[in-house]
Design a protein around this ligand. Sequence first.
Ligand code: NAP
Length: 504
Amino acid sequence: MSSNSICAVITDETLAAARRSIQQAAAVADLIEVRLDYLRDFDFSNPENLRSFLEVKSQPVILTCRSVEEGGKQHVDDAIRLRLLVEGARQLADFCDIEAAHYEAAATLAPDPSRLIVSYHNLTETPSDLDAIYDRLSGLPAAIHKIATRARSITDTLAIFKLLARARSEGRNLIALAMGEAGIITRVLGPAYGGFLTYGSLAAGEGSAPGQLTCEELREVYRVHGISRDTVITGIIGGKVAHSLSPVMHNRAFAALDLDFVYLPIEVDDLDGFFRRFVRAESRELGWNLRGLSVTIPHKVSVTRLLDRLDETARRVGAVNTVVVEDGGLAGYNSDVHGAIAPLERVCALEGRLCGVIGAGGAARAVVYGLLSRGARVTVFTRDPKKGAALGESFGVEVEPLASLESSEVEIVINTTPVGMRGHSEGTSPVSRSALRGRRVVYDLIYTPLETRFLADAKAEDCQMINGLEMLAVQAEAQFELWTGRKPPDSLMEKAALESITAR
Ligand code: NAP
């Protein structure tokens, strides 16, 4: 077994499916946990019944039949449940996982401590007295102790990393993780920071706990087996990042260049607290080898005041999408500008060109700055010109109501609003089809779906179309270069993002 172990959690409802999953897991995991409480056609009363599916195992198996109070799927009488686990581990499996609350009852069955995992779960929060919980738990003889709590925010993961460091220094086997999307970093880094294993599901959407990644993601995207405490850390910080395409793009490029880097989705609500406790060298509480961060909604503007220097582009745009952690402090860059403009420049020269930008948010600022820096003439169209006034003043461009786009002379139209995006307003467009008639290029920054209603209308009007995928890849390539000093292989990031979009 690798020292960083991935444990596939089997959550099938039938014995036949569980048997198939155990066989499948051999290709992606180092251990297997069978969640018996998910099984609907299983007779829990006789441990011998486990043989029907455990006979196909080729890896160590943990048996778990979780009590309903700690997240179990069905009620199984405690006496039956505990006997099944203790006897099953003794005769047919390798470990059984028993909640600390049931330790005494299980002790009457004389379990083999070398096959015992004693666990504590808190599905609602990460309690402030986690050390005391660990003290109580580790007083119960077992091969492995496990603490799984719910991360309400990224700062809750600090308590988990502290426990892992403590267990490491005491020479104990500990599984510690924070559930929920804010806890994903504990699932990826946990084993390298002292955890006995990390859990993964066999298929997306089949996770047994919130925030759980698939075994394939842990292996192939995050390359968990190769992570150590020296691995250079990068990641994306934002409000909702669990489904971001950036980890797939960056991690694929790190792997292609054989770089000991990993890129993580980091859900951050309290930006100041995150910078103080995780980022700033003088106050950070996590001993990680942090090199850089991508920054997304809603932190692109507010992050600027937490940095030591901004490059010219970030300063002029007033927003940062890339942070580089340097010896002398934190530097901010804006690769959205280059990302947004490069795809346009590939199809036409921008000097003197009349451009219409729809929307006046963060992305619009990057687009307007980029267009002006290439000598284009820009008008911004917004649903509320008063709201767009600040952007108009910052860059000295006209701001018009959206309705006047139709009668304007612009040759290039760029949508920077989220209108038409999957999960937001798919199938709608910020403007009517007739407003796109006769335009030379129509560009949508959205990349899911790849063809929005806005672009479908442009296609119907014979305009040249550009979607947001290339921007996504180009801005990521620039970030990658800032952090590693290397260029990612040509079109690798775009290909990784495209594969991920089409697989979803
Ligand atoms: P943002 O700061 O929230 O700005 C959104 C803008 O859209 C605001 O001006 C908003 O106007 C306007 N808007 C929203 N709904 C509208 C509607 N129904 N009709 C007209 N205008 C509307 O967001 P952002 O960071 O600029 O991002 C915007 C889009 O760009 C997102 O879809 C994002 O995915 C995309 N993007 C893509 C890339 C890439 O790499 N391809 C990079 C960055 C962003 P109000 O102020 O009136 O609400």
